[in-house]
Ligand binder design. Sequence first.
Ligand code: N2P
Length: 358
Amino acid sequence: MKNIRPLILTLLTLALAACGKSGPVAPTAGALTSTEEKKLSLFCWSEYVPQSIIDSFTKETGIKVSMETYSSNEEMLSKLLAGGGKYDLIQPSEYTIEALIKDGQLLPLNPADLSNLNNIAPEFRAMSFDLGNKFSVPYMAGFVGICVNTAKVKTPVQTFDDVFTPTHKGRIVVLDDAREIVSWALGDLKLGINDVTTENLALITPLLKKWLPLVKVYDSDSPKTSLKNGDVDLGVIWSGEAALLYAEDKKFIFVLPESGAHLFVDNLAIPKAANHPKNAHLFINYILRPEVSKLISDAFPYYNPNTAARKLLSAEQLSNPASYPPAQNISRMQTFRDLGQFSAKVDELVTQIKAKGN
Ligand code: N2P
């Protein structure tokens, strides 16, 4: 009988080669299967997960992904807690992971389903809010800083006081995020950005009353838009948004404030009531592939914690100072801690001043 093994091997090689060429992301390490119904409900930050990634995941696994977006951790939390088992995968920042773990709201991850986890840099695997990634996997990190259109603003801008001056009244965009705003004022008064107490909130109130009436636009979804359109000249925004502006036009610079600000670490995590936890693991492991994570950096150029993905980035991407600021400037930045009952007070203070201030 004729030996058909060489033929089978050739066909197999051809099939694998074809696979590699079939799309931007070939099935590689970490392709697992799931017996759950082919659905995944993703609840994530807006402008953070490219549709192309979702599409290629569906193409590879047959799992249909529905995506809902939010613009703050607080919005996500209230919808999550009201939603029963509506969401399979969420994307909280470090302090919200801390709160969710404390409250028993997250499903422990199954390390056997996350074979690509070692692509994450060691420092991001040893974060105090979830040591050893028992409940969460870093998706992307970044900074809150000052973005300046240098064609419009000719004076140096290094501090929050330089932003919030009457000269810039009506020309400022800021994140629509009470926790972030409060941290700027705390830092400005040389108080710790996590030191939220009744006394400190009272101390920053006059400053916020001075600052917030100067703001023209509150926008956490796409703060780059008003800068790009020329509706405003400067602002306090997410680093990835500033990186997109800089990539397009070098007149937009990004400054990490002298007093420091937030170094955020956004993570993927599975709520305990999730209906498709296995599919959620598949998605996390998919995101962890270097070539997938690289595509995320291409679309949303934040500070990528995936070392293997960073190796795939171009010199231009890695030298964008908003995405990858100099280490000595990063050292001023701090992660947030869970504030417990004080988070409601932070919200209340900013809401009140915003309502009266404009
Ligand atoms: C992405 C928002 C960045 C997340 N649009 C900030 N934690």
